[in-house]
Write a protein that binds this ligand. Structure first.
Ligand code: ATP
Ligand code: MG
Length: 401
């Protein structure tokens, strides 16, 4: 593979830990290059998530080299050629160059190789096959840099063939489109995804969930999801998709992307959160959150002003109140309500069932009813009543009961 110019690498890829790692590998005769997302994002000046390296020797050789240099080595996936090196607390994922031997649409049988171009050829998109030496020398065998600059997500090789090898690439196509693409979407890639949409049902819920949520977190999520719907890619995994209008208004309000909240924004009001949670393998907590975000009650009253906001924050909790507020199309000053949700936490109700019993009430459903009544009164009074006042109100209700 020939160099294709030089780029400035960010601090994370040029610091002392990186130097130590490359020195250790070099001393053992192992050639290593940064690859994939970190190089792509260095070229594109985007934040870097994880540091992936490609190495030209088998994982056992890599393990030995690291140990000899006293760099912590974790055998993350020796069968796949992956070793995690931890230098000065910074993890690096080192994967031996691979070539495909056989693929069945889900997982590939790979063989280790020392052929950089073979390794590049089995990657999915042109801008995901960028490699860089620690001095910034760039390798770009499929002109990925130009595609990245043009906002073009382009399959390496024939799109249908690449999808037949691994159908997850359909979802990855739209994920990278959402993050790095600009319209128009690459026609050949899009058509191939549409032709293969029906094969997606065979994927695992976990992998689909990860791709969909990461796609939703991108700035380009609305267009990407509309395109996915049009291509039939959502037919099996998210048939509930209700268009991107609410997602667009949510994105105009929020200051941080949240995949699950954005998922709620593309679902209809009557969507079955439990069924979607099961299908997409959401955790119990995530499913519950989705359910509450989608629920109709309690209504978030934005026009009602500060008192109504505090009541809502108390009922839903700050996080869920924020979710519902950002997704609401109710009139009112949502910015002020949001500011309230950021700075105000509700006090706990100053009385409990025990207090009712001490006042002579017998255990039973009436205890809960009276405590609920005191709670309503306390909320209506804008949480001003202290414990003594709440006890007095409880006593009044017990007497009247
Ligand atoms: P991100 O910043 O979102 O993590 P990434 O490019 O690092 O982006 P990963 O999913 O972490 O994406 O994959 C790392 C690299 O491995 C990719 O850049 C690509 O070269 C290759 N790769 C990952 N999954 C596939 C796949 N299904 N088919 C082909 N190549 C893949
Ligand atoms: Mg990555």
């Amino acid at each position: 593979m020939k160099p294709a110019g030089k780029i400035a690498l960010p601090a994370l890829m040029t610091d002392a830990a990186t130097a130590r790692l490359f020195a250790a590998l070099g001393a053992a005769g192992i050639a290593a290059r940064f690859v994939g997302g970190c190089v792509r994002n260095a070229v594109f000046d985007r934040p870097i998530q994880d540091l992936d390296l490609a190495v030209d020797k088998p994982p056992e050789t890599v393990m030995r080299a690291l140990e000899a240099a006293r760099i912590k080595a974790v055998p993350t996936g020796l069968k796949h050629g992956t070793v995690t090196a931890i230098a000065d607390d910074q993890p690096f994922e080192l994967t031996t160059l691979r070539r495909d031997v056989e693929t069945d649409g889900r997982r590939a049988i790979v063989a280790f190789t020392d052929d950089w171009l073979a390794d590049a050829s089995r990657r999915d998109f042109t801008f995901n096959a960028l490699y860089a030496d620690p001095d910034g020398t760039l390798y770009d065998p499929f002109d990925g840099r130009a595609d990245l600059a043009a906002g073009r997500v382009r399959f390496i090789g024939d799109a249908d063939t690449r999808i037949a090898e691994d159908r997850l690439r359909v979802l990855r196509f739209f994920r990278f489109q959402a993050w790095y693409g600009r319209p128009p979407i690459d026609g050949a890639g899009y058509q191939a995804c549409a032709r293969n949409a029906a094969t997606l049902r065979g994927l695992s819920g976990e992998r689909v969930r990860k791709e969909l949520l990461r796609t939703l977190e991108a700035d380009g999520a609305p267009d990407a999801f509309d395109a996915m719907r049009e291509a039939g890619v959502l037919d099996h995994w998210l048939p509930e998709y209700a268009g991107s209008a609410r997602l667009r208004s949510l994105m105009a309000r929020e200051d941080m992307a949240d995949g699950l909240r954005r998922l709620a924004a593309v679902l209809p009001a009557d969507a079955n959160a439990v069924a979607i949670g099961k299908r997409l393998k959401l955790s119990t907590q995530e499913s519950l959150r989705l359910e509450v975000i989608l629920a109709h009650e309690p209504v978030v009253d934005i026009a009602g002003g500060a008192r109504a906001w505090r009541a809502g924050i108390y009922r839903l909790g700050n996080g869920l109140y924020t979710d519902r507020l950002l997704l609401s199309d109710a009139p009112g000053d949502w910015r002020a309500a949001l500011a309230m949700a950021r700075r105000w936490t509700a006090p706990p109700l100053p009385v409990s069932g025990g207090d009712a019993l001490r006042l002579g009430l017998k255990p039973g459903p009436q205890v809960g009813r009276l405590i609920d009544a005191v709670e309503r009164w306390w909320i209506e009074g804008d949480f001003a009543a202290d414990r003594a006042a709440c006890l007095a109100e409880l006593e009044r209700l017990v007497r009247a009961a």
